[in-house]
Design a protein around this ligand. Structure first.
Ligand code: ADP
Ligand code: MG
Length: 444
């Protein structure tokens, strides 16, 4: 407790974006963790928990933003020094060799040893103590590969504890444990943070366990920070509905007053695609691939997006599907039929902003522009400027007249996707992006 004041914040992330190819697994994420704090990372599968931990370990480079460990850029810290500062409990680890558990735990001491130095009796005593603390003392000689998954998970924890690092990161450390060992592990981790000032970040998929043990819960949704606060300020029926798509009742433990959620069913609609903030929906009209860069960028920026009307097998349709963007879709090459147009108008009607991309217009998709016209005077509408070449109007002028009508009805021209994002932020009352466009999406 006396050690909680240090010169540097143990863990700090600023506007971190991480990409796996086109997918942004973390978006503009900022987070500070104070010394001795126990933070639980919660969020559905795929929300970015493991990615966040891997950034804090220096295993992954952010596309933008920075991550610091005890005041230093993580990636600049030499590996050995990192291991002195951070202990890591991965979700799964398949050791290659069937070494005795004791030796495996002793590896945790290696970051403290000089190059040619071997373990001291203190190192060995500490390894044994940690093994005992996870209830594996009598298994010290068993091979790490010959024990159960739950036992291995505890051995991995013992190895991490033997590192005696000021920061401990854990990825779903309870996934293989029975309930008794889950409680035991979380008790142990909590006492490390509360009694020894160790800074802990643990991805925990069980929100109730997180609420019971952690000081603070950080909820991720689609790679964004959705909520951050004490368990009692975080847990709510609305949270479970919005982030997990599950209906639940909020209850209180009669003995402790601590909140917990009693989930009872999956909502028919699933979780709404809010990407962590409710900006939108923004409806994007396109086709032939013209809408794809806009769709990707808007999803990346965290807008809720819809698209249409498109044709099956079209590049834009594939992009929309890959991004999980709802759209109205017609069979290939057919003119947009009444059902598809009705769905398109429904999406237009639900939108808080409309974007008309510079798509090629022929007889089969002219109705896209016709459908937009009645919405222009009630919904902010943006029209991406069209280059002089190549030609795009294959309707003998009808499409050009409709675009003019959209503009004269209030549609605002935008020259680039960057400008579009800025104007959308203003139109939807969001703060202007401080970081500017991300490098991967910048158009120059
Ligand atoms: P969580 O731990 O919350 O389940 P992850 O951080 O593992 O989430 O994943 C976040 C997103 O990044 C997911 O959509 C996942 O499919 C994707 N992802 C994770 N790792 C990789 C990878 N190595 N390559 C490509 N995509 C990945
Ligand atoms: Mg994970």
């Amino acid at each position: 407790m006396s050690e909680t004041r240090g010169p540097a914040v143990p863990l700090r992330m600023r506007d971190v974006t991480v990409r796996y190819g086109e997918l942004a697994a973390l978006r503009d994420l900022s987070l500070d963790v104070r010394a001795g704090e126990f933070v639980a990372l919660a969020g559905p599968n795929g929300s970015g928990k493991t990615t966040l931990l891997r950034v804090l370990l220096g295993f992954l480079s952010p596309a933008s933003g920075r991550a610091e460990l005890l005041g230093e850029d993580i990636e600049r810290i030499p590996i050995r020094e990192r291991a002195r500062r951070v202990a890591w409990v991965p979700q799964e680890e398949s050791p290659r060799d069937d070494v005795p558990i004791f030796e495996y735990v002793l590896y945790g001491r290696h970051s403290h040893l000089g190059r040619l130095e071997s373990e001291s009796s203190r190192d060995r005593a500490l390894a044994m103590e940690m093994l005992a603390s996870v209830g594996l003392a009598d298994r010290a000689g068993d091979g790490i590969l010959s024990i159960s998954g739950g036992e291995r998970q505890r051995a991995i924890l013992a190895r991490a504890l033997a590192q005696e690092a000021p920061v401990l990161l854990l990825d779903e450390p309870t996934s293989h444990l029975d309930i008794g060992h889950q409680l035991d592990l979380l008790e142990r981790v909590r006492s490390l943070s509360h009694d020894r000032g160790v800074t802990v970040v643990a991805a925990l998929h069980d929100l109730n366990l997180a609420a019971r043990f952690a000081d603070r819960i950080v909820v991720l949704s689609h790679g964004r920070l959705y909520a951050d606060g004490t368990p009692s300020s975080i847990l709510s029926e609305e949270l479970l509905a919005r982030v997990w798509g599950v209906a639940a009742d909020l209850r209180r433990d009669p003995r402790t007053g601590a909140p917990y959620l009693l989930p009872h069913r999956v909502l028919p609609s699933g979780p709404p695609p809010t990407n962590g903030f409710a900006a939108g929906p923004v409806h994007v009209v396109g086709g032939g691939g013209a809408a794809s860069p806009t769709l990707r960028r808007l999803v990346d920026e965290g807008f809720v997006v819809s698209a249409g009307a498109l044709h099956l097998l079209d590049t834009d349709t594939e992009t929309a599907e890959a991004l999980g963007v709802p759209s109205a879709v017609e069979i290939p090459f057919a003119p947009l039929g009444p059902e598809v147009r009705a769905r398109h108008r429904e999406l237009l009607g639900a939108a808080r902003a409309i974007v008309v991309t510079a798509f090629a217009v022929g007889p089969s998709n002219l109705a896209n522009l016709e459908d937009v016209v009645p919405f222009v005077d009630r919904t902010p509408t943006f029209v991406l400027e069209r280059p002089a070449a190549p030609p795009w109007d294959f309707t003998a002028g009808a499409a050009t007249r409709l675009v003019d009508e959209i503009r004269s009805g209030g549609g605002r021209s935008v020259a680039s996707v960057d400008e579009l994002v800025d104007r959308l932020r203003v139109a939807l009352g969001l703060p202007r992006s401080s970081a500017g466009p991300s490098p991967a999406a910048a158009t120059g």
